[in-house]
Design a protein around this ligand. Structure first.
Ligand SMILES: Cc1ncc(COP(=O)(O)O)c(C=O)c1O
Length: 462
């Protein structure tokens, strides 16, 4: 049976004002939230929802964590912002702690405000160190929306429309993602021997100038379909970078800290990158991101390509103090281990739902970070973005906030989610999937809600 949202007049009025005055992407309906605690978000009518994406994958301790709230209060009373040409104790301690959690010689942090900016710093580092210009990234990768980061991003095809020469040549997206569910080279793992990388190298030989500065990859490409790579993929990518004399950068903006079961996802693979970027989950919702590299690379790049990079807000005391406190809590409370234990329960439940409903082609992910791949039929495995959007809408009706981008639905709650909340999530999600396969709601346009899903505007044929 069709179920509908009930909003107060005040809520409707806020939605209308949001639409009139704010230029942004919004899911339907435009629910307006006013508070959050743990994994619960509350809208302006007092209705509660579970936040299955921890905001934009940032709030690993959930909303309004008491210790973070206290840290914000204390820091606001002391020092919020300084010139980025001077430092502050919280930033120093945050950098030291980040370096302490990273393996090898990854010890120097260039702070930024967004993940896009952090990835552009990585590009500057590679150009500075190698004196070359070619950069290749992974097809299905997402590295941000600032222009150089957008150019190496391939999941948001429509986002690149009309940007013309502002984009670096798009052929830089040259490495096939090892998405075995839809193998880019039509083979089967493990018999394939990760042939997608051999094909990628061949592609690089044809389309680059063979002066490679950098290979960029998310450790697990998330927005492009939660592509958990087979164990040999990242070590082989490292070897490819070495063969071409390039640096290897791993983007952990979606993954660190602890969501995948280790503070940094790449720790689970036998790989050592030259540069790692972070954002989102390391920020506790504040504007602080960064790029970590070795002392040697940092010094070699100094004074080249605008490095070290510094902007108005890079390394401000308030976000640094909050990021520091959050990382201390993640380590103290062993949240990486907790992600593995609770994630196993979540995964088992999601897979049980997938077995019942053919529209869920595959559940992919690791730790406490999952994605549902929504398909037309299990045999065709053809993406069904309209069904994904329908499930997202029905999930919201059931009190679950999540995101659907293209045919992918994200299930990546804060790491503090309880077992009871996981069970309740699974129950509500199943109701949402059931109502979706029954065909409700009838009309929903998935392309109007997200920049990644948007269809490019194509000029009408004359
Ligand atoms: C892997 C990855 N890198 C970088 C970014 C960009 O981060 P920001 O939006 O903070 O610029 C994103 C954003 O979704 C991302 O998923």
């Amino acid at each position: 049976m069709e179920k509908t949202f009930q909003f107060s007049n005040m809520h409707h009025e806020l939605m209308a004002r949001d639409e009139a005055y704010i230029y942004g992407w919004r899911y339907e309906p435009r629910v307006i939230f006013e508070s959050g605690r743990g994994i619960v978000l509350t809208d302006v009518d007092g209705k509660e929802y579970f936040d299955l994406t921890a905001g934009m994958m940032c709030m690993v301790l959930g909303h309004s964590h008491p210790e973070l709230t206290e840290a914000i209060r204390e820091q606001a009373d002391k020092l919020v912002h300084t010139s980025s040409w001077y430092s502050n104790p919280w930033l120093i301690e945050f950098a030291e702690l980040i370096a302490g959690t990273l393996p090898g010689d990854l010890k120097v942090v260039n702070f930024a405000v967004t993940g896009s900016e952090a990835n552009e710093i990585a590009m500057r580092m590679a150009l500075g160190v190698t004196g070359r210009y070619d950069i290749v990234s992974v097809i299905r990768g997402l590295h941000g929306g600032s222009l150089a980061a957008e150019a190496v991003t391939s999941v948001g095809g429509g986002r690149k429309a009309h940007l013309g020469p502002l984009m670096m040549p798009s052929h830089r997206n040259a490495i096939y993602a090892p998405l075995c569910y839809r193998c880019p080279v039509n083979l089967e793992y493990p018999g394939c021997n990760v042939a997608c990388l051999d094909h990628s190298e061949e592609l690089m030989e044809h389309i680059t100038s063979r002066n490679l500065a950098l290979i960029m990859a998310e450790t697990i490409p998330v927005a492009g379909g939660m592509v958990v790579p087979p164990p040999e993929w990242l070590p082989r990518l490292r070897a490819l970078a070495d063969r071409w004399g390039a640096l290897l950068m791993l983007d952990e903006a979606q993954l660190a800290p602890a969501k995948t079961g280790s503070i940094w996802a790449f720790e689970q693979y036998d790989v050592m990158p030259d540069i790692v970027s972070f954002g989102k989950g390391m920020t506790a919702g504040m504007g602080i991101a960064g790029t970590v590299t070795t002392q040697e690379i940092a010094e070699e790049a100094r004074g080249k390509a605008g490095l070290p990079w510094g902007g108005t807000y890079s390394g401000d005391p308030l976000p640094a103090a909050v990021g520091l406190k959050q990382l201390q809590i993640v380590l103290r409370d062993r949240l990486a281990e907790q992600a593995v234990a609770r994630g196993a329960r979540l995964r088992a439940g999601l897979e049980a739902i997938a077995r019942k409903y053919d529209v869920i082609g595959e559940v992919r992910g690791t730790g406490l970070y999952y994605l549902l791949d929504i398909v037309e039929t299990p045999d065709s495995r053809r993406p069904d973005p309209a069904m994904a959007e329908r499930i997202r809408y029905n999930a919201l009706l059931e009190g679950l906030v999540t995101i659907a981008v293209k045919n992918f639905i994200r299930v990546c709650p804060a790491l503090i989610i309880t077992e009871a909340e996981i069970d309740e999530t699974l129950h509500r999600l199943e109701t949402a999937v059931q109502r979706s396969v029954e065909g409700f709601p009838r009309d929903l346009d998935y392309a109007t809600s997200s920049s990644l899903a948007a269809r490019p505007q194509v000029a009408a044929a004359t």
